[in-house]
Design a protein around this ligand. Sequence first.
Ligand SMILES: [Zn+2]
Length: 330
Amino acid sequence: MIFKWQERPWKDWNQLRGRLPHAILIQSGEGLGEFEFAQACAQSLLCEDPRQDQRPCGACRGCDWFSLGNHPDFRLIVPESMAPESREEGAEPARKRSEQIRIEQVRELADFLAVGTHRGGLRVILAYPAEAMNANTQNALLKNLEEPPPATVFLLVTTQPERLLATVRSRCLRFVLPFPPSEPVLRWLKEQGLRQPEAALAGAGGAPLAALKAADTDPERLLLIENLGNPGFDPIALAETVVRVPLWDLVGWLQRWSYDLLLARVAGRVRYGLGHEEVISDAARHCDAADIAAYLRRLAQARALARHPLNAKLFVEDLLLQYRRLVARP
Ligand SMILES: [Zn+2]
C-alpha cells in the first residue's frame, strides 16, 4: 500500500488522524510516491476494518470498492490525461487529453457533496496534482473548502505549492512528505532488479520512482516486459528464457506488472512500470478488472510456492499461459 520509505510519514499521518482537519495539502518532491501515499491515506479513511497501524485492510467492502475505483464516498480528481481511457474503440485517438483539472470536474463535486455519505463514514476527495487547477478552478474548489459539509476530507497533493492560491493553501493543513532516507530506498530499488541502485538514485536526485524509471536495464526483465506488452506473445518460448531468473523475483515482476494493469484499468495510472505506461494501459483496456484481480490472487499463491516449485519450467509456463488468456483479444 505504501512504499517502504514512507513508514515515518505514515506514522505522522496517523498522528494527524486523531484531529483530522477537513482539508490537507500533501506537499512533496516529485517521484517520491506522493500520489500512492495520498491514495493510501484516502483508502485508510474509507477502510471499514483498518489494521492496528491504520493501514487499510485490503479485504473489506470499502477496500474492495476503493481498489476497483468505484467507492461511492470517494472522488478522484485528476487531469484527463491521467484518467482511464474510454473503452470506445477507434474513437479519435489523436485528440490530446487535457493536462489540466477542468473547472467542470470541481463543479461536479456539488452533487457528491450535497447528499449524505453512502457508508455512514467519511467522504474523501483526492485531487492530484493540485497545481493542475488554474486560478478559476481553484476558486471553485475554494468554495467547498470554505464551507465543507460534515464528514468530508479533501486531500490535495502538490509538488509545486507555489502554484496554488494563497487562499487555498491557507484553508489546508500542510503535510510534508520528506525526501526519504536512502537505505530503505536502495533496498527497494535492488528488489526491483536494479544492478546499480546507488548510481540510479543519485542520478534521480534522491527520488526513488524517478530512479527506477531511469534505470530499467535488466535484460531478462526487459524481455519479459516486452512480451507481456504483446498480447500475441509465445508463453512457452518466453518461459524457456525467463526461467533462468530466480522464480521468486520472476513472480514478483509478474505481480508488479499485473498490479499496474489493474491500476491502469481502474485509475489510469501505473505504480511500478514507469516508462511503460502506454503499453500497460493499452493491454489493460482489453482486460476485465475482476479477471486481473483473480490473476493477482493466483500470483500470490504462486509466490508462496516459488522457492520450491516441483518443476520450474512448468511453473513458469503455467503462469505465462494464464497471463496470455488474461490479455487475449478476440
Ligand atoms: Zn478495508
